[in-house]
Design a protein. Structure first.
Length: 203
């Protein structure tokens, strides 16, 4: 039985509830909050969602999200383009940028190698990374991947692909407890792990 007096409210609550980390109660609170706002504010939110979905692009160089073909980080001439930090996804770029400790550029893999999930090297952006190293003046590749079996497997695969193509392959410090996900590490800890990165050692 429908517990709502409005099918429109039910529809919005259902859609909010599909978002990660949003339970039914939170979805109801969000929907009721929107009802209390001016129509113009609700329109602004709706338009922002539509504009994001229809207008966002992926950088042709590093695969980060962008409003243009090349993201603002790759376009920033003040960044050190000789150092590439390799991350699993866009959330990791955001986490590292929030530290203010890294002034190189990025390469977003879009996932990590996970045979159990059917994700092999061909499903992530490794080939484009290799091409970047071959065609750009890259001196160091930093592996900032999760401290998991899948993260280690991905790091080893990338190391094998790049070891004879770049002067240095390094990893963020494991001596600092950063957890499995970079996005959940505090900024000071994550910043230190990048500064104190160490050469990749094949185990």
């Amino acid at each position: 039985m429908n517990s709502y007096s409005s099918h429109l409210l039910e529809e919005l609550v259902t859609e909010f509830g599909k978002l990660p980390g949003i339970g039914r109660r939170t979805a109801v609170r969000l929907a009721l909050h929107l009802l209390k706002q001016d129509v113009s504010r609700a329109d602004k939110l709706g338009n922002a969602i539509i504009n994001l979905r229809n207008g966002v692009k992926y950088c042709k160089r590093c695969h980060n999200i962008s409003d243009n073909d090349i993201c603002f980080i790759c376009c920033d001439h003040k960044r050190n383009s000789a150092i590439i930090c390799v991350v699993e996804d866009i959330r990791d770029v955001m986490a590292i940028e929030n530290t203010g400790q890294f002034r190189g550029i990025y390469h977003v893999l879009g996932g990590i190698i996970s045979p159990m999930d059917g994700i092999g090297p061909g499903e992530i952006n490794v080939d484009s990374l290799v091409l970047r190293v071959e065609n750009e003046e890259v001196e160091e590749v930093i592996l900032a991947l999760p401290a998991t079996t899948e993260g280690d497997t991905t790091g080893f695969y990338i190391f094998k692909r790049l070891s004879d193509k770049v002067r240095s392959v390094s990893v963020i410090s494991r001596g600092v407890a950063i957890g499995d996900e970079l996005e959940f590490a505090d900024e000071i800890t994550l910043g230190k792990s990048i500064i104190n990165r160490i050469p990749y050692i094949k185990s």
